[in-house]
Design a protein around this ligand. Structure first.
Ligand code: HEC
Length: 247
C-alpha cells in the first residue's frame, strides 16, 4: 500500500481520465444512435422506392398488354370472333392498383370503357334491382340517385358507378369510408356495409343503378359479385378510399 497525500478515500480514476471517458462514451452513444437511425430509416425508403418502381413497371406492362389486345385483330385462328375490349378490360381488372391508378389519370380507362359494347339489362333484372334499391340505398342516395350533398354523394352519372363494377360491389359488401370527392363536393363520411343482400341482390341493384339516373354501364352478374366476395372473404373493416386510390 503506497502512501496517499490526502487522508480521504482514494478516487478510483483521476479526474482527467474520467472526463475523457465521458467524451468517449458520448461519442459511442452518438455513433450508435446515428447507426440505428440509418439502418431503421434506409430500408423503408428503399422498399418504398422498390414498391413504386414495381408498381410503375406493372402499370406500363398492363397498359402495353391492354393496348396490344385492343389493336389485335378480333378474329381468332379458328374463325370465331371475340371482343378485344373485353380481353383488355380483363387484363386491367386483374391488377386493382393499376386500375385505380388509371382511374386517377382518367383518359386511358375512359377510352376503354367507352369502346365496350353496351348491353341493355333485361326488364326482370331492372325490376328486381329497383326493389333492392328501394330497400337498401334509397334512404341515403335518394330516389333520384343524386344523393343529398354534402352528406350522401350522388351515384348519378359518376365515374365509379359507370366503371368496373368491382368497386361498388366492394362498397356494398364491406362499406366505404374516407374522403372522396363526387361532383366537386368532398365527403368524408362512411357508407355502412349493406346487410341482408345476396350475390344476386347486389348484381340486381348495381345493374339497376348502372342503367338508371343517366348512368350507362353493363349489367352485373351474381358470379361477378361472388368472385369479389370470395376474394375478400377475410375482410371485416370497411374499405378506405386511400387504400383503393380514390380521391
Ligand atoms: C346509410 C347511408 C348509405 C346507404 C344505405 C348506402 N350508401 Fe352509398 N354511400 C354513402 C356515403 C356516406 C358514401 C360516401 C362515403 C365516404 O365518404 O367515403 C357512399 C358512397 C357510395 C358510392 C361511391 C361514391 C359515389 O357517389 O360514386 C357508391 C357507388 C355507393 N355509395 C353506392 C351505394 C349503393 C348501390 C347502395 C345500396 C346498395 C348504397 N350506396 C347504400 C351512404 C350510403
Amino acid at each position: 500500500m503506497s502512501e496517499h497525500p490526502s487522508n480521504g478515500p482514494r478516487p478510483l480514476l483521476p479526474g482527467q481520465v474520467k472526463s475523457w471517458l465521458g467524451v468517449v462514451a458520448f461519442v459511442l452513444v452518438a455513433v450508435a444512435l446515428l447507426g440505428y437511425a440509418f439502418v431503421a430509416i434506409r430500408p423503408t425508403t428503399n422498399s418504398d422506392l422498390d414498391r413504386r418502381n414495381a408498381q410503375k413497371a406493372l402499370r406500363a406492362d398492363t397498359e402495353a398488354k391492354a393496348k396490344a389486345l385492343l389493336t389485335a385483330p378480333a378474329k381468332n385462328a379458328d374463325g370465331t370472333y371475340r371482343l378485344p375490349v373485353a380481353d383488355a378490360m380483363a387484363v386491367i381488372a386483374a391488377n386493382p392498383q393499376v386500375l385505380a391508378d388509371l382511374r386517377k389519370s382518367a383518359a386511358a380507362p375512359a377510352a376503354v370503357v367507352a369502346t365496350a359494347a353496351f348491353v341493355k339489362a333485361d326488364d326482370e333484372q331492372m325490376k328486381r334491382g329497383l326493389a333492392v334499391y328501394s330497400r337498401t340505398c334509397i334512404a341515403c342516395h335518394q330516389p333520384t340517385g343524386k344523393g343529398l350533398a354534402p352528406v350522401f354523394p350522388s351515384i348519378a352519372g359518376v365515374p365509379i358507378v359507370n366503371g368496373d363494377a368491382t368497386l361498388p360491389i366492394k362498397f356494398i359488401l364491406h362499406g366505404l369510408m374516407g374522403p372522396i370527392t363526387v361532383d366537386g363536393v368532398t365527403y368524408n363520411s362512411m357508407m355502412p356495409p349493406v346487410a341482408g343482400v345476396s350475390d344476386q341482390d347486389i348484381a340486381d341493384v348495381l345493374t339497376y343503378v348502372r342503367q338508371s339516373f343517366g348512368n350507362k354501364a353493363n349489367p352485373v352478374t351474381a358470379d361477378q359479385v361472388k368472385a369479389v366476395r370470395a376474394a375478400n372473404a377475410a375482410r371485416t373493416a370497411p374499405w378506405n378510399t386511400a387504400e383503393l386510390g380514390l380521391k
